[in-house]
Ligand binder design. Structure first.
Ligand SMILES: Cc1ncc(COP(=O)(O)O)c(C=O)c1O
Length: 387
Protein backbone atom coordinates (compact mmCIF):
# COMPACT_ATOMS: atom_id res chain seq x y z
CA UNK A 1 0.00 0.00 0.00
CA UNK A 2 1.32 3.42 -0.80
CA UNK A 3 0.41 6.39 1.25
CA UNK A 4 3.78 8.11 1.07
CA UNK A 5 3.26 11.09 3.29
CA UNK A 6 0.74 9.58 5.68
CA UNK A 7 2.41 8.21 8.76
CA UNK A 8 5.80 8.34 7.06
CA UNK A 9 8.29 7.66 9.84
CA UNK A 10 10.74 9.98 8.13
CA UNK A 11 8.46 12.92 8.69
CA UNK A 12 6.21 14.91 6.47
CA UNK A 13 8.06 16.61 3.67
CA UNK A 14 11.70 15.78 2.96
CA UNK A 15 14.00 18.24 1.15
CA UNK A 16 14.31 16.04 -1.94
CA UNK A 17 10.56 15.78 -2.25
CA UNK A 18 10.71 19.18 -3.91
CA UNK A 19 12.50 17.60 -6.89
CA UNK A 20 10.05 14.70 -7.11
CA UNK A 21 7.01 14.38 -9.31
CA UNK A 22 3.95 15.58 -7.41
CA UNK A 23 0.35 14.46 -7.44
CA UNK A 24 -1.74 17.40 -6.33
CA UNK A 25 -4.90 16.04 -4.75
CA UNK A 26 -7.73 18.55 -4.45
CA UNK A 27 -9.91 17.51 -1.51
CA UNK A 28 -12.44 20.23 -2.31
CA UNK A 29 -12.94 18.62 -5.73
CA UNK A 30 -13.36 15.27 -4.00
CA UNK A 31 -16.11 16.74 -1.82
CA UNK A 32 -17.73 18.33 -4.87
CA UNK A 33 -17.92 14.93 -6.58
CA UNK A 34 -19.25 13.30 -3.41
CA UNK A 35 -21.98 15.94 -3.20
CA UNK A 36 -22.79 15.44 -6.88
CA UNK A 37 -23.22 11.68 -6.35
CA UNK A 38 -25.21 12.27 -3.18
CA UNK A 39 -27.45 14.57 -5.18
CA UNK A 40 -28.32 11.62 -7.43
CA UNK A 41 -29.44 9.35 -4.59
CA UNK A 42 -32.59 9.47 -2.50
CA UNK A 43 -32.46 10.46 1.15
CA UNK A 44 -31.50 7.51 3.31
CA UNK A 45 -29.42 5.76 0.66
CA UNK A 46 -25.99 5.22 2.13
CA UNK A 47 -22.77 5.86 0.26
CA UNK A 48 -19.84 3.48 0.37
CA UNK A 49 -16.75 5.03 -1.23
CA UNK A 50 -14.48 2.63 -3.11
CA UNK A 51 -11.06 3.49 -1.72
CA UNK A 52 -9.23 0.32 -2.72
CA UNK A 53 -5.86 0.57 -4.46
CA UNK A 54 -4.77 3.53 -2.36
CA UNK A 55 -7.97 5.39 -3.14
CA UNK A 56 -7.36 4.89 -6.87
CA UNK A 57 -3.85 6.27 -6.42
CA UNK A 58 -4.94 9.40 -4.54
CA UNK A 59 -3.78 8.24 -1.08
CA UNK A 60 -5.99 6.05 1.08
CA UNK A 61 -6.01 7.85 4.41
CA UNK A 62 -6.24 11.52 3.39
CA UNK A 63 -8.98 10.64 0.91
CA UNK A 64 -10.93 8.43 3.32
CA UNK A 65 -10.68 11.01 6.10
CA UNK A 66 -11.91 13.78 3.79
CA UNK A 67 -14.78 11.62 2.54
CA UNK A 68 -15.77 10.55 6.05
CA UNK A 69 -15.78 14.17 7.19
CA UNK A 70 -17.96 15.05 4.19
CA UNK A 71 -20.48 12.33 5.04
CA UNK A 72 -19.43 9.09 3.31
CA UNK A 73 -20.88 6.24 5.36
CA UNK A 74 -18.61 3.38 4.43
CA UNK A 75 -15.51 2.34 2.53
CA UNK A 76 -14.84 -0.49 0.12
CA UNK A 77 -11.43 -2.11 -0.05
CA UNK A 78 -9.80 -5.06 -1.78
CA UNK A 79 -7.20 -6.19 0.73
CA UNK A 80 -6.93 -6.82 4.46
CA UNK A 81 -4.08 -4.35 4.59
CA UNK A 82 -6.28 -1.59 3.19
CA UNK A 83 -9.10 -2.45 5.59
CA UNK A 84 -6.85 -2.49 8.64
CA UNK A 85 -5.10 0.72 7.60
CA UNK A 86 -8.48 2.47 7.73
CA UNK A 87 -9.26 0.93 11.11
CA UNK A 88 -5.80 1.63 12.58
CA UNK A 89 -6.08 5.26 11.50
CA UNK A 90 -9.48 5.52 13.18
CA UNK A 91 -11.30 6.63 10.04
CA UNK A 92 -14.99 6.60 10.96
CA UNK A 93 -17.39 4.51 8.87
CA UNK A 94 -18.04 0.92 7.95
CA UNK A 95 -15.42 -1.00 5.99
CA UNK A 96 -16.33 -3.75 3.52
CA UNK A 97 -13.94 -6.18 1.90
CA UNK A 98 -15.02 -6.46 -1.74
CA UNK A 99 -13.67 -9.99 -2.12
CA UNK A 100 -13.86 -13.11 0.04
CA UNK A 101 -10.84 -13.94 2.20
CA UNK A 102 -9.50 -17.18 3.61
CA UNK A 103 -6.68 -15.73 5.70
CA UNK A 104 -6.64 -12.89 8.18
CA UNK A 105 -10.31 -13.48 8.99
CA UNK A 106 -9.80 -13.27 12.76
CA UNK A 107 -7.98 -9.94 12.47
CA UNK A 108 -10.59 -8.50 10.15
CA UNK A 109 -13.52 -9.59 12.31
CA UNK A 110 -11.77 -8.28 15.43
CA UNK A 111 -11.39 -4.95 13.63
CA UNK A 112 -15.12 -4.98 12.77
CA UNK A 113 -14.50 -5.17 9.03
CA UNK A 114 -17.44 -6.58 7.05
CA UNK A 115 -16.58 -9.61 4.93
CA UNK A 116 -17.83 -10.73 1.55
CA UNK A 117 -18.99 -14.31 1.13
CA UNK A 118 -19.31 -15.63 -2.40
CA UNK A 119 -19.30 -19.41 -1.81
CA UNK A 120 -20.48 -21.73 0.96
CA UNK A 121 -16.80 -22.47 1.65
CA UNK A 122 -16.22 -18.77 2.43
CA UNK A 123 -18.82 -19.06 5.19
CA UNK A 124 -17.23 -22.28 6.44
CA UNK A 125 -13.86 -20.52 6.63
CA UNK A 126 -15.43 -17.83 8.80
CA UNK A 127 -17.14 -20.40 11.03
CA UNK A 128 -13.86 -22.28 11.44
CA UNK A 129 -11.91 -19.14 12.27
CA UNK A 130 -14.07 -17.07 14.57
CA UNK A 131 -16.44 -19.31 16.46
CA UNK A 132 -18.23 -17.20 18.99
CA UNK A 133 -17.93 -13.76 17.50
CA UNK A 134 -20.22 -13.37 14.51
CA UNK A 135 -18.71 -11.79 11.43
CA UNK A 136 -20.60 -9.09 9.54
CA UNK A 137 -21.24 -10.68 6.16
CA UNK A 138 -22.31 -9.40 2.76
CA UNK A 139 -23.18 -12.12 0.26
CA UNK A 140 -22.01 -11.42 -3.27
CA UNK A 141 -24.34 -12.55 -6.05
CA UNK A 142 -23.44 -12.82 -9.72
CA UNK A 143 -26.16 -11.25 -11.85
CA UNK A 144 -24.02 -10.95 -14.98
CA UNK A 145 -20.55 -9.67 -14.15
CA UNK A 146 -19.10 -13.20 -14.20
CA UNK A 147 -16.48 -12.48 -11.57
CA UNK A 148 -17.54 -13.49 -8.06
CA UNK A 149 -20.61 -15.04 -6.58
CA UNK A 150 -23.25 -17.62 -7.27
CA UNK A 151 -26.14 -17.09 -9.64
CA UNK A 152 -29.26 -15.75 -7.86
CA UNK A 153 -31.03 -19.13 -7.58
CA UNK A 154 -28.09 -20.75 -5.79
CA UNK A 155 -27.18 -17.61 -3.89
CA UNK A 156 -30.58 -17.69 -2.22
CA UNK A 157 -29.70 -20.78 -0.22
CA UNK A 158 -26.26 -19.38 0.63
CA UNK A 159 -27.92 -16.19 1.90
CA UNK A 160 -30.30 -18.30 4.01
CA UNK A 161 -27.31 -20.26 5.36
CA UNK A 162 -25.57 -17.01 6.37
CA UNK A 163 -28.75 -15.81 8.04
CA UNK A 164 -28.98 -19.08 10.02
CA UNK A 165 -25.29 -19.23 10.92
CA UNK A 166 -24.37 -18.38 14.51
CA UNK A 167 -21.00 -17.27 13.14
CA UNK A 168 -22.31 -14.59 10.81
CA UNK A 169 -24.63 -11.61 10.77
CA UNK A 170 -26.28 -11.23 7.39
CA UNK A 171 -25.62 -7.57 6.84
CA UNK A 172 -25.67 -7.23 3.08
CA UNK A 173 -26.52 -8.80 -0.26
CA UNK A 174 -24.83 -7.30 -3.25
CA UNK A 175 -24.02 -7.56 -6.91
CA UNK A 176 -21.81 -5.67 -9.32
CA UNK A 177 -22.86 -4.05 -12.58
CA UNK A 178 -20.63 -4.94 -15.52
CA UNK A 179 -21.80 -2.45 -18.12
CA UNK A 180 -23.47 0.51 -16.43
CA UNK A 181 -21.06 2.88 -18.19
CA UNK A 182 -22.13 1.67 -21.64
CA UNK A 183 -24.40 3.89 -23.76
CA UNK A 184 -27.24 1.34 -23.54
CA UNK A 185 -27.15 1.19 -19.74
CA UNK A 186 -30.50 2.90 -19.32
CA UNK A 187 -32.25 1.01 -22.10
CA UNK A 188 -34.79 -1.74 -21.51
CA UNK A 189 -33.35 -5.18 -22.23
CA UNK A 190 -29.71 -4.06 -22.03
CA UNK A 191 -27.15 -6.09 -20.06
CA UNK A 192 -27.42 -3.56 -17.21
CA UNK A 193 -31.19 -3.70 -17.30
CA UNK A 194 -31.09 -7.49 -17.02
CA UNK A 195 -28.69 -7.30 -14.08
CA UNK A 196 -30.79 -4.71 -12.29
CA UNK A 197 -33.92 -6.82 -12.85
CA UNK A 198 -32.23 -10.05 -11.70
CA UNK A 199 -31.06 -8.39 -8.49
CA UNK A 200 -34.46 -6.84 -7.78
CA UNK A 201 -36.07 -10.23 -8.38
CA UNK A 202 -33.66 -11.90 -5.93
CA UNK A 203 -34.38 -9.27 -3.28
CA UNK A 204 -38.12 -9.81 -3.72
CA UNK A 205 -37.69 -13.58 -3.31
CA UNK A 206 -35.56 -13.06 -0.21
CA UNK A 207 -38.24 -10.81 1.20
CA UNK A 208 -40.74 -13.64 0.68
CA UNK A 209 -38.30 -15.97 2.48
CA UNK A 210 -38.34 -13.50 5.38
CA UNK A 211 -34.78 -12.41 4.64
CA UNK A 212 -34.17 -8.71 4.42
CA UNK A 213 -30.47 -7.79 4.55
CA UNK A 214 -29.79 -4.37 6.05
CA UNK A 215 -27.87 -3.32 2.96
CA UNK A 216 -28.73 -4.39 -0.58
CA UNK A 217 -26.33 -2.80 -3.04
CA UNK A 218 -25.38 -2.90 -6.68
CA UNK A 219 -24.40 0.50 -8.07
CA UNK A 220 -20.85 1.55 -8.91
CA UNK A 221 -20.25 5.14 -10.13
CA UNK A 222 -22.05 4.60 -13.41
CA UNK A 223 -24.93 2.82 -11.73
CA UNK A 224 -25.18 5.62 -9.18
CA UNK A 225 -25.30 8.23 -11.93
CA UNK A 226 -27.63 6.60 -14.42
CA UNK A 227 -29.61 3.79 -12.73
CA UNK A 228 -31.54 5.05 -9.72
CA UNK A 229 -33.40 1.73 -9.69
CA UNK A 230 -30.08 0.08 -8.74
CA UNK A 231 -29.46 2.25 -5.69
CA UNK A 232 -31.34 0.13 -3.13
CA UNK A 233 -29.91 0.86 0.36
CA UNK A 234 -26.40 1.85 -0.60
CA UNK A 235 -24.32 2.96 -3.60
CA UNK A 236 -20.64 2.14 -4.12
CA UNK A 237 -19.02 4.79 -6.32
CA UNK A 238 -15.29 4.88 -6.94
CA UNK A 239 -13.98 6.52 -10.09
CA UNK A 240 -16.57 9.33 -10.13
CA UNK A 241 -15.49 10.44 -6.65
CA UNK A 242 -12.06 11.02 -8.14
CA UNK A 243 -13.61 13.14 -10.86
CA UNK A 244 -13.06 10.76 -13.72
CA UNK A 245 -15.84 9.50 -15.95
CA UNK A 246 -15.98 5.72 -16.28
CA UNK A 247 -16.55 6.09 -20.05
CA UNK A 248 -16.81 8.71 -22.78
CA UNK A 249 -20.57 8.30 -22.76
CA UNK A 250 -20.71 9.04 -19.06
CA UNK A 251 -18.34 12.00 -19.50
CA UNK A 252 -20.90 13.61 -21.79
CA UNK A 253 -23.77 12.82 -19.42
CA UNK A 254 -22.03 14.08 -16.28
CA UNK A 255 -19.76 16.97 -17.28
CA UNK A 256 -19.85 18.37 -13.73
CA UNK A 257 -17.33 15.87 -12.36
CA UNK A 258 -14.15 17.63 -11.21
CA UNK A 259 -10.80 15.84 -11.58
CA UNK A 260 -9.26 15.46 -8.13
CA UNK A 261 -5.67 14.85 -9.17
CA UNK A 262 -3.12 16.68 -11.26
CA UNK A 263 0.41 15.35 -11.73
CA UNK A 264 3.37 17.60 -12.42
CA UNK A 265 7.11 16.99 -12.44
CA UNK A 266 10.23 19.12 -12.68
CA UNK A 267 12.38 19.78 -15.72
CA UNK A 268 15.87 18.49 -14.95
CA UNK A 269 17.74 19.40 -18.14
CA UNK A 270 17.24 21.67 -21.16
CA UNK A 271 19.16 21.54 -24.44
CA UNK A 272 19.06 22.88 -27.96
CA UNK A 273 19.46 20.17 -30.62
CA UNK A 274 19.96 20.12 -34.36
CA UNK A 275 17.52 18.60 -36.85
CA UNK A 276 17.99 14.83 -37.04
CA UNK A 277 19.21 14.38 -33.46
CA UNK A 278 17.80 11.16 -31.96
CA UNK A 279 16.10 11.32 -28.57
CA UNK A 280 15.89 8.49 -26.01
CA UNK A 281 16.27 4.70 -26.25
CA UNK A 282 16.35 3.25 -29.73
CA UNK A 283 16.44 6.70 -31.32
CA UNK A 284 12.82 6.18 -32.35
CA UNK A 285 12.26 9.94 -32.53
CA UNK A 286 14.52 12.37 -34.38
CA UNK A 287 14.03 16.09 -34.32
CA UNK A 288 12.45 17.13 -37.65
CA UNK A 289 14.05 20.58 -37.25
CA UNK A 290 16.32 22.38 -34.80
CA UNK A 291 14.51 22.48 -31.49
CA UNK A 292 14.71 22.68 -27.70
CA UNK A 293 14.30 19.52 -25.63
CA UNK A 294 13.43 19.41 -21.93
CA UNK A 295 14.04 16.32 -19.81
CA UNK A 296 11.43 15.72 -17.09
CA UNK A 297 11.66 13.62 -13.92
CA UNK A 298 8.78 11.23 -14.53
CA UNK A 299 8.88 7.79 -16.10
CA UNK A 300 7.17 4.48 -16.43
CA UNK A 301 8.39 3.34 -13.01
CA UNK A 302 6.21 6.14 -11.64
CA UNK A 303 3.25 4.86 -13.62
CA UNK A 304 3.48 7.12 -16.66
CA UNK A 305 2.77 4.60 -19.45
CA UNK A 306 5.67 3.77 -21.78
CA UNK A 307 3.08 3.31 -24.50
CA UNK A 308 2.73 7.11 -24.47
CA UNK A 309 6.21 7.39 -26.03
CA UNK A 310 5.88 10.07 -28.75
CA UNK A 311 2.09 9.82 -28.28
CA UNK A 312 1.16 12.29 -25.56
CA UNK A 313 1.41 15.92 -24.62
CA UNK A 314 2.38 17.78 -21.49
CA UNK A 315 1.43 21.26 -20.31
CA UNK A 316 4.24 23.84 -20.26
CA UNK A 317 3.67 27.54 -19.62
CA UNK A 318 0.08 27.41 -20.78
CA UNK A 319 0.61 25.41 -23.96
CA UNK A 320 0.73 21.76 -24.95
CA UNK A 321 4.10 20.27 -25.90
CA UNK A 322 4.69 16.73 -27.21
CA UNK A 323 6.36 13.90 -25.33
CA UNK A 324 9.10 12.75 -27.73
CA UNK A 325 11.08 9.52 -27.88
CA UNK A 326 10.62 6.57 -25.58
CA UNK A 327 9.45 7.19 -22.06
CA UNK A 328 12.26 5.97 -19.77
CA UNK A 329 12.03 4.38 -16.33
CA UNK A 330 12.41 7.67 -14.44
CA UNK A 331 12.41 10.35 -17.14
CA UNK A 332 10.80 11.52 -20.33
CA UNK A 333 11.57 14.20 -22.89
CA UNK A 334 9.46 17.05 -24.25
CA UNK A 335 9.90 18.97 -27.50
CA UNK A 336 9.49 22.63 -26.58
CA UNK A 337 9.89 23.76 -30.20
CA UNK A 338 12.52 25.99 -31.84
CA UNK A 339 11.70 28.97 -29.61
CA UNK A 340 11.31 26.83 -26.53
CA UNK A 341 12.43 28.36 -23.28
CA UNK A 342 12.51 26.52 -19.96
CA UNK A 343 14.32 26.56 -16.66
CA UNK A 344 15.67 23.57 -14.82
CA UNK A 345 13.40 23.08 -11.81
CA UNK A 346 10.37 24.48 -13.56
CA UNK A 347 7.40 22.12 -13.33
CA UNK A 348 5.33 20.80 -16.21
CA UNK A 349 1.91 19.18 -16.02
CA UNK A 350 1.85 15.55 -17.14
CA UNK A 351 -1.65 14.47 -16.13
CA UNK A 352 -4.51 16.94 -15.84
CA UNK A 353 -4.11 20.70 -15.40
CA UNK A 354 -2.41 21.98 -18.56
CA UNK A 355 -1.85 18.38 -19.78
CA UNK A 356 -4.57 16.10 -21.13
CA UNK A 357 -6.99 14.67 -18.57
CA UNK A 358 -6.31 11.21 -17.13
CA UNK A 359 -9.22 9.89 -19.18
CA UNK A 360 -7.73 11.07 -22.50
CA UNK A 361 -4.13 10.14 -21.70
CA UNK A 362 -5.21 6.68 -20.63
CA UNK A 363 -7.15 6.27 -23.88
CA UNK A 364 -4.05 7.29 -25.87
CA UNK A 365 -2.13 4.64 -23.95
CA UNK A 366 -4.71 2.00 -24.91
CA UNK A 367 -5.92 1.84 -21.34
CA UNK A 368 -8.42 3.64 -19.13
CA UNK A 369 -8.29 6.13 -16.27
CA UNK A 370 -8.64 3.48 -13.56
CA UNK A 371 -5.42 1.80 -14.61
CA UNK A 372 -3.50 5.03 -15.16
CA UNK A 373 -4.44 6.39 -11.73
CA UNK A 374 -3.95 3.21 -9.73
CA UNK A 375 -0.52 2.65 -11.22
CA UNK A 376 0.87 6.00 -10.16
CA UNK A 377 3.65 4.91 -7.86
CA UNK A 378 4.96 5.86 -4.44
CA UNK A 379 7.78 7.96 -5.91
CA UNK A 380 5.17 10.54 -6.84
CA UNK A 381 4.73 12.71 -3.75
CA UNK A 382 1.06 13.25 -2.94
CA UNK A 383 0.25 16.79 -1.88
CA UNK A 384 -3.18 17.65 -0.52
CA UNK A 385 -4.99 20.95 -0.81
CA UNK A 386 -8.35 21.82 0.63
CA UNK A 387 -9.17 25.23 -0.75
C1 LIG B 1 -17.22 -4.25 -5.92
C2 LIG B 1 -16.98 -2.88 -6.43
N1 LIG B 1 -17.85 -1.90 -6.12
C3 LIG B 1 -17.67 -0.63 -6.54
C4 LIG B 1 -16.59 -0.30 -7.31
C5 LIG B 1 -16.45 1.12 -7.81
O1 LIG B 1 -16.51 1.13 -9.20
P1 LIG B 1 -16.34 2.50 -10.00
O2 LIG B 1 -14.95 2.94 -9.73
O3 LIG B 1 -16.55 2.13 -11.43
O4 LIG B 1 -17.34 3.43 -9.47
C6 LIG B 1 -15.66 -1.28 -7.66
C7 LIG B 1 -14.52 -0.96 -8.50
O5 LIG B 1 -14.18 -1.60 -9.44
C8 LIG B 1 -15.87 -2.61 -7.20
O6 LIG B 1 -15.01 -3.58 -7.50
Amino acid sequence: MTTPREGDPRGRERPWDRDAPHAHVDLAALRHNLALLRGRTATGVRLLAAVKADAYGHGLLPVARALAAAGADAFGVATAEEALALRDAGVPGEVLMFGPVRSGIAELVAADVALTVALPADLEAIAATVPGSPARVHVKVDTGMGRLGLAPAEARSLIAAVARSPFADLEGVWTHLASADEPDATEPGSATDRQVAAFADLLARLERDGLRPRWAHAANSAGTLVRPDAHHDLVRPGIALYGQPASGWLARRVPELRPVMRVDAPITFVKRIAAGTPISYGGTWRAPADTVIATVRLGYADGYPRSLSSRAEAGHRGRRVPVVGRVCMDQLMLDLGPDGDAEVGERVDLIGGGAPAAFDLAAAAGSFAYELLTRLGPRIVRRYSDA
